[in-house]
Design a protein around this ligand. Structure first.
Ligand code: SAH
Ligand code: SF4
Ligand code: F3S
Length: 435
């Protein structure tokens, strides 16, 4: 008999991408083959995101589409995983009768037992934070890993920014033991990874039960032969320790790119957001990081239209952006999330929000273009990751995380090559192999 097929559809952040892969491995151990589309799948899992209203609503429109598919194929099973599952739990079963199971991010190792319950006619919901560690109970992938792989080292958040659902959907900060992380990194490298991005909602708050910090973990990982590049994301400004800053100056495998969200440039708004740092403290921190690594590419996240944000507050954000000079950034209009402290506060007019978002995005896009243009003519080490869209083309990444396209080098995928940057497009660089 053919193996049953599972399709895991991923929304949201990289931590969900990593979890989806681990769910596929857990189900492979149960005899499921992973597939890339809903057509022909026997089990569909939506790994969802709750961060903004739009993200959460996407799930229900997808479930609407799946209802038609299930009407044609009654044997199809549908599960909701991820942060919407955690936030809404059994409510999802009520709102979407098509759903067979609901599983929160800390309970993925319970999927096989849940599927047995579904087969017996139940609609199980698992949204506890069980005392056992899900990672220890999820098998690792047996197949080849991507050239650039994700590895979750920390989960959860204790920061409670006033707008954010993550502390509720992912729970308290927990770090995986360094030993386990190093083992998993070795196995990823043995299966073809040349770059590892360490993931955590607050990855720089990483604290191994035995006392290692993120900088200590990076130093250990850097000793793995065959691992060429290390990155980490996402960091909180208040957890940027002196040892981690120093690592950017002396650890050759640690890439010169840092995603360090600030959200706003106004101290008044930062206080209302419960960010627990000022704009000046953030700028001072970046100054220290640039002392350690002058060419570091900075990235950030911004929220515009947080309740109470005035035009002057917004201009303070534009000033901060001008001062930092971001290589890359994400920006969002504030979206009230149920259960968060900011949810009941009077909101900024939607048109004002949209206008501020457009103005901020124009500045950030210009900075990204300037950063990319500044690389034209340079010789950069590029990690070749996969074939490009055009035949013969190869896609890779610069140390600064820019997407780079080359017209040759398909036989060198998985290695770092020297490339001359020829030109800069809207979201990527074009380069030629230098030797
Ligand atoms: N742990 C990370 C990122 C969390 S979510 C951090 O602390 O930075 C990713 C980004 O989504 C946030 O940085 C923020 O910019 C945005 N975000 C979170 N909640 C939001 C909300 N309610 N409305 C709009 N954007 C939000
Ligand atoms: Fe959310 Fe703030 Fe935690 Fe980031 S630090 S996950 S924005 S609560
Ligand atoms: Fe979204 Fe959950 Fe990640 S809310 S951003 S999938 S931690």
């Amino acid at each position: 008999m053919a193996k049953p097929k599972v399709f895991v559809k991923t929304y949201g952040c990289q931590m969900n991408v990593y979890d989806s892969q681990r769910m596929e491995s857990a189900l492979a151990a149960e005899g499921y083959a992973a597939t890339g589309s809903a057509e022909g799948a026997d089990l569909i899992l939506l790994n969802t995101c709750h961060i903004r209203e739009k993200a959460a609503e996407k799930v229900y429109s997808e479930l609407g589409r799946l209802r038609a598919l299930k009407a044609q194929r009654p044997g199809l099973r549908i599960g909701v995983a991820g942060c919407v599952a955690q936030a809404e739990g059994a409510e999802i079963l009520e709102r979407a009768p098509v759903v067979d199971l609901v599983v929160g991010p800390q309970a993925y190792h319970r999927l096989p037992a849940m599927l047995e319950a579904v087969a017996a006619g139940a609609r199980p919901v698992e949204t506890d934070f069980p005392p056992e560690d899900k990672f220890e109970h999820l098998p690792r992938e047996g197949r080849r890993s991507a050239v650039s792989a994700f590895l979750t080292v920390q989960e959860g958040c204790d920061k409670f920014c006033a707008f954010c659902v993550v502390p509720y959907t992912r729970g308290a900060e927990v770090s995986r033991p360094a030993e386990r992380v190093v083992d998993e990194a070795r196995s990823l490298v043995a299966r073809g990874a040349a770059e590892i991005t360490l993931l955590g909602q607050n990855v720089n708050a990483y604290a191994d039960p035995a006392g290692a910090t993120l900088a200590g973990l990076i130093a250990r990982l850097a000793r793995i032969d065959g691992l060429e590049r290390i990155r980490y994301t996402t960091s909180h400004p208040n957890d940027m320790g002196a040892d981690l800053i120093a690592a950017h100056g002396c650890e050759a495998k640690l890439m010169p790119y840092l995603h360090l969200p600030v959200q706003s440039g106004s101290d008044r708004v930062l206080r209302a957001m419960n960010r627990r740092h000022t704009a000046a403290a953030y700028l001072d921190l970046i100054g220290r990081i640039r002392e350690a690594r002058p060419d570091i590419a900075m990235s950030g996240d911004f929220i515009v239209g947080f309740p109470g944000e005035t035009e002057a507050d917004f201009e303070a954000t534009l000033d901060l952006v001008a001062e930092v000079g971001y290589a890359h950034a994400y920006s969002f209009a504030y979206s009230a999330r149920p259960g968060t402290p900011a949810a009941g506060r009077p909101e900024v007019d939607p048109e004002v929000k949209a206008d501020r978002l457009a103005r901020l995005q124009a500045r950030l896009t210009a900075q990204q273009r300037d950063f990319q243009n500044g690389l034209v003519g340079k010789l950069l080490p590029v990690l070749l990751e996969r074939p490009g869209r055009m035949p013969g083309q190869v896609a890779g990444r610069s140390p600064y995380l820019n997407a780079v396209h080359l017209d040759a080098g398909a036989d060198r995928i998985g290695s770092v090559v020297a490339a001359r940057i020829l030109s800069s497009g809207s979201n990527s660089l074009h380069a030629a192999l230098a030797y």
